[in-house]
Write a protein of this length. Structure first.
Ligand SMILES: [Zn+2]
Length: 158
């Protein structure tokens, strides 16, 4: 087991390195690296189990464009995709993405701040389209998320 000081040092080096070499530019690079460090810490994973990518679907032209962070389970290779909608705010919860019960678009299904939030989400049965009008478990961002299809009831009204 590596010491806390060593892991902290590695996290700082990771952010510096990815800020410098990012194909998305220095500011985006830092946002991606900070998002990866924050998600790894929240889930108790290593930085090598997190990858990030720009979220082209939810893109906006303001500082802190959304970042998609994929966590891969080291035991099962299962992947979980998290959205950092405002990556410049370190205290915002991640949004776990999964299929909309109605349209199957990859939309926010739960707010995840730490491992127990993911545990609570995974313990629930998957929502059905019939559950959607009554459920209290979805984040506010579920409605009107950009990833619903144009015919989905929960998508943006154009
Ligand atoms: Zn939908």
């Amino acid at each position: 087991m590596t010491s806390l000081a060593e892991r902290a040092h590695a996290a700082a080096v990771f952010i510096r390195h990815h800020t410098a070499v990012s194909p998305h530019g220095r500011y985006r690079g830092e946002e991606h690296a900070r998002t990866a460090v924050r998600l790894a810490a929240a889930l108790g994973l290593g930085l090598d189990q997190i990858t990030t990518a720009p979220d082209w679907q939810r893109r906006r032209n303001t500082p802190g464009e959304p970042v998609l962070a994929t966590a891969t389970c080291p035991d099962t290779n299962e992947t979980y995709v998290f959205l950092a909608r405002f990556p410049i705010y370190d205290d915002e919860a991640f949004e776990l993405l999964g299929p909309c019960p109605e349209c199957s678009g990859q939309v926010p299904l739960a707010l995840i701040r730490h491992l127990a939030d993911l545990g609570t989400y995974l313990a629930r049965p998957p929502l059905t389209p019939e559950d959607l009008p009554h459920t209290q478990t979805l984040p506010d961002s579920f409605t009107d998320d950009e990833a619903h299809t144009s015919t989905c009831h929960y998508g943006q009204t154009l």
